[in-house]
Design a protein around this ligand. Structure first.
Ligand SMILES: [Zn+2]
Length: 367
């Protein structure tokens, strides 16, 4: 598995060493100490395509500190990918939010957000030139790579932006751990990575197999990486250049809330029929679906004196639920109170009883 000082020899997401080499890519040596080549490999376990047999993250960090080209405002100007990030933030994030941009470069997005009233902006970048420039414009910066700045300074970010970064990182797990420390419990993570769309190889051959791009994500493999780290997707859009995605923490307490809310709602329903349970008066129940079956199996609803369950589902007719016969509406013979037990059709059933079969009985609708 990836470790800061360990060269990459396996899948950086799942650690598999049984990877299929799709292509061997080599570069002529240059003085800037960059990677000399790699094996573009497919992981048979998690599906990631990545550059295998490359130097450790520590060496890439050294390279980005020494030869960072993302500090030239003229060379790398405002780009549609910046616009996409800016548009999402201004549409979805309030101006008091803490926004952290990991690998912010010269701060294109942060500077424009500042001009638009965003107050709490933090940029992280390896370039001192970039950091100095942003500080002079009133933007807080952390200078260094995610592997050597203190992540505890970045707790509780409402939004973490990480655009054009994941494809450069040897130690993906280390990066994800840093991001995980930064994103608050209800925060959002915006990721943007290049995509390999059909036709791009014919137009710009091997452009993505650069000396810097060493991970080649699809929406599915990006999702798999994030899910392993405890995130779930909120949005994902793919265009001819990028995968643009928003993630949040996967909160298992949502299902707990759902169960608690459901239990409270069931108790409210039962309160409507409690007076009938007390008197043992015979009733009909209209609806023999999942709600009825749950109530009969798990609650005091079973103590009602139910003469029959009415259901228009012909396949239930003549059967029994909890020993109670199921009949069709036209088989109603007694003018008893009817308890409607349906998630989505209560009003339609009530109209049917009043207007079609014209019963004047009491009706209790559970929902
Ligand atoms: Zn893998």
């Amino acid at each position: 598995m990836d470790n800061y000082f360990t060269p990459r020899t396996c899948c950086p997401v799942c650690g598999s060493t049984k990877n299929e080499v799709l292509h061997k890519h080599r570069f002529a040596e240059a003085d800037d100490d960059t990677v000399k080549g790699y094996d573009v490999s497919l992981c048979p376990v998690c599906g990631l395509v990545f550059a295998n047999n490359i130097p450790a993250q520590s060496e890439f960090d050294h390279y980005y500190e020494q030869f960072n080209k993302y500090q030239d405002l003229e060379l790398y100007s405002w780009h549609p990918i910046h616009q996409q990030v800016f548009d999402w933030v201004t549409k979805n994030v309030h101006k008091d939010a803490i926004i952290v941009d990991i690998g912010c470069g010269p701060g294109y997005v942060l500077r424009k957000l500042k001009q638009n009233g965003y107050k709490h902006l933090i940029g992280l970048d390896t370039s001192e030139t970039n950091c100095r420039r942003m500080e002079s414009e009133g933007i807080t910066t952390l200078c260094g790579s995610v592997f050597n700045v203190r992540s505890d300074e970045l707790k509780n970010a409402d939004v973490v932006l990480c655009t054009g970064v994941l494809e450069h990182i040897v130690d993906l797990k280390g990066l994800m751990s840093f991001i995980g420390n930064a994103v608050s419990q209800n925060g959002r993570l915006l990721l943007q990575v290049p995509t390999l769309q059909n036709g791009l190889g014919g137009k710009f051959p091997f452009e993505n197999f650069s000396t810097e791009h060493i991970n080649y994500f699809s929406p599915a493999t990006l999702l798999r990486l994030l899910e392993r780290e405890g995130f779930e997707p909120v949005e994902c859009a793919v265009d001819e250049m990028t995968i643009f995605s928003i993630f949040q923490w996967r909160h298992d307490d949502r299902i707990r809330d759902y169960i608690a809310d459901s239990e409270n709602a069931i108790e409210k329903m039962l309160k409507k029929v409690d007076p009938l349970i007390g008197t043992a008066k015979p009733v009909y129940v209209y609806g023999g679906g999942t709600l009825c079956r749950y109530l009969l199996a798990s609650t005091r609803f079973a103590r009602l004196n139910i003469r029959a369950i009415i259901d228009r589902n012909i396949t239930l007719n003549g059967r029994h639920i909890a020993g109670i016969p199921v009949i069709l509406p036209e088989q109603l013979i007694e003018n008893l109170t009817i308890i409607i037990c349906s998630y989505f059709s209560s009003s339609a059933i009530e109209r049917y009883i009043r207007d079609e079969i014209k019963l004047k009985c009491d009706i209790i609708s559970l929902i």
